[in-house]
Design a protein around this ligand. Structure first.
Ligand SMILES: Cc1cc2nc3c(=O)[nH]c(=O)nc-3n(C[C@H](O)[C@H](O)[C@H](O)COP(=O)(O)OP(=O)(O)OC[C@H]3O[C@@H](n4cnc5c(N)ncnc54)[C@H](O)[C@@H]3O)c2cc1C
Length: 495
């Protein structure tokens, strides 16, 4: 007889295991199905994304700090990257967190099935693995099957010369000494920053006329300036000729040329962080040729829906096979919800978990607040970091707001100078009529942490004036948020 659950979750990433825990807290009996070898939960984020990349980026940061220690009176000689050790530490962090998630499943009495989940009927799910098949009955289903690396015709991954982010974070032995990175969204610029700190020769090829093209244009400008100052070759408005790719004994060769005007069009605010970039491709006959050890294709991700057998349900797929949901994550099939990358949006781990929680709370009749994309912090962990949420000034004006905007520089913040990170700024966009916050856009030290204050202020309908009134410790980087908030009304003190 089929086991029965109040909730069956298909996919054990952040969009799956986090809501599974919330559902258990709400008294539901919960099963989660994960196809990854070993049944490891945590999805892309824990196994191939956020965690392993940030572990490597931390090694890169330490390299940078060791190399600049002299300025602070710390002389470090013979700085060298021991890549196998960096990879070992990366794996240790991942393993420890995997164990933690496993423990949370046990603690919350969630049954984990290792296998591929697919629909037999809308409320009947089959788990398939090497041992055979098993059917589960579900009162509710949450689809959180996430996303996978994507490439372009002619650039098939071979794991050695034409590589994906998965290949980098599973390589335990060595790192490339020269790399061409196709695409300058979050994945592209994080690896550019990391490899540059490792001492690798880095070229970024981006068809649009600016890097991190989904961010405020001033952020793109600042990041490009900083990258170029570090010796990264940034080629914007440039397209790669996919058909020209040639694999040589030492690596790859690919032709590039200037993009046409239409191809360079700005995409400010469209799509999302780790998955939504537009591919930098096109016909580049007659252009220059780039050569490197490897080509990293970082042109966005694709949703994973192929194993689900959605045809037996009324679940609808939109463009790029994105599952269509309402603001509570409900699909067109009664009792079937979806959350995370598979539903599009910003393709971020914290958004996936948050969406999943909304979905299970809605199932349980808890009346959660609906999804609000304007409250999703978008974070990129290159050096310097980038973080934002909500509307840019231009977007807000386009929506008809009368806008006031501040732009406070880190060089006027004592702690930023102490830490040797004076570059960058923190912008706040507010509605001139109501004083309400519309967005924040920052580049500089620890902005991926600092942005949380802004998101909270927007959630509780706080105003820049109120942020300015709350006392920020001195000296701290957080002072940039308070100063920027006061600058919205011309009241900043230190600039
Ligand atoms: C290189 C990189 C770096 C990133 N860094 C960050 C970051 O710093 N911060 C951030 O917020 N986001 C980051 N992301 C994005 C983040 O990883 C994703 O947004 C997040 O993992 C999405 O969670 P999810 O649960 O929707 O999907 P996933 O994490 O993709 O999880 C889906 C799970 O479902 C399983 N699955 C799929 N189909 C089935 C099936 N039929 N049956 C059973 N199991 C199935 C998969 O094996 C997978 O484990 C990064 C992504 C990449 C690629």
């Amino acid at each position: 007889m089929a086991e029965k659950y109040d909730l069956v979750v298909i996919g054990g990433g952040n969009g799956g295991y986090i809501p599974a825990i919330r559902a258990s807290q709400l008294g539901m009996s919960v099963a989660i199905i994960e196809k990854r070898e070993g049944g490891h939960l945590g999805g892309t984020c824990l196994n191939l994304g956020c965690i392993p990349t940030k572990a490597l980026l931390h090694t890169a940061l330490l390299m940078h700090e060791a190399n600049t220690g002299e300025d602070f009176g710390v002389n470090v000689s013979g700085v060298e990257l021991d890549y196998p050790q960096a990879a070992k530490r990366r794996e240790q962090v991942v393993t420890q967190l995997r164990r933690g998630v496993q423990g949370l499943m046990k603690k919350n009495k969630i049954t984990v099935y290792n296998g591929v989940g697919s629909f037999v009927e809308p409320k009947k799910i089959k788990v398939t693995n090497d041992d055979g098949e098993e059917e589960l009955e579900a009162e509710n289903v949450l689809i959180s099957t996430g996303s996978a690396v994507n490439t372009l015709p002619g650039l098939e991954f071979d794991g050695e010369k034409v590589i994906s982010s998965d290949d980098i974070v599973t390589n335990n032995e060595s790192y490339a000494k020269s790399i061409i990175i196709l695409g300058s969204g979050a994945v592209g610029v994080e690896f550019a920053s990391m490899y540059n700190d490792f001492g690798t020769e880095v070229t970024i090829v981006e068809i649009l006329d600016r890097i991190v093209p989904l961010e405020d244009p001033d952020i793109s400008k600042q990041l490009q300036k900083e990258f170029e100052g570090r010796g990264i070759n940034v080629m914007t408005g440039t397209k790669a000729d996919l058909e020209s790719l040639e694999k040589t004994d030492s690596g790859v060769k690919i032709k590039i040329a200037g993009a046409d005007a239409g191809e360079k069009e700005d995409t400010e605010g469209e799509g999302g962080s780790y998955g939504g970039e537009d591919p930098p491709t096109g016909d580049a006959n007659g252009g220059d040729t780039l050569e490197a050890e490897v080509l990293l294709v970082a042109v966005g991700r694709k949703t994973v829906t192929e194993d689900l057998n959605l045809d037996v349900t009324s679940v609808e797929l939109g463009d790029r096979n994105i599952i269509q949901v309402d603001e509570y994550g409900q699909t067109a099939e009664d009792g079937v919800y979806a959350a995370g990358d598979v539903t599009g949006g910003y393709w971020l781990a914290h958004e996936a978990g948050h969406e999943g929680i909304i979905a299970v709370e809605h199932m349980a009749g808890e009346n959660p607040l609906p999804r609000d994309p304007s409250l999703v912090p978008r974070v990129t962990f290159c050096r310097p970091e980038v973080a934002s949420f909500g509307l840019t000034k231009a977007q807000a004006e386009e929506e008809g707001y009368e806008v006031k905007e501040s732009n406070f520089p880190f060089r006027a913040i004592g702690k930023a100078l102490i830490e040797g990170e004076p570059n960058g700024f923190f912008k706040i966009v507010a509605d001139a009529d109501t004083d309400l916050i519309l967005g924040m856009h920052a580049i500089g030290p620890k902005v991926t942490d600092l942005i949380a204050e802004g998101v909270f202020a927007k959630l509780v309908e706080g105003t820049p004036r109120e942020i300015g009134m709350s006392i920020h410790a001195h000296p701290s980087l957080a002072e940039v948020v308070a100063e920027s908030a006061m600058a919205v009304d011309g009241r900043a003190i230190h600039f």
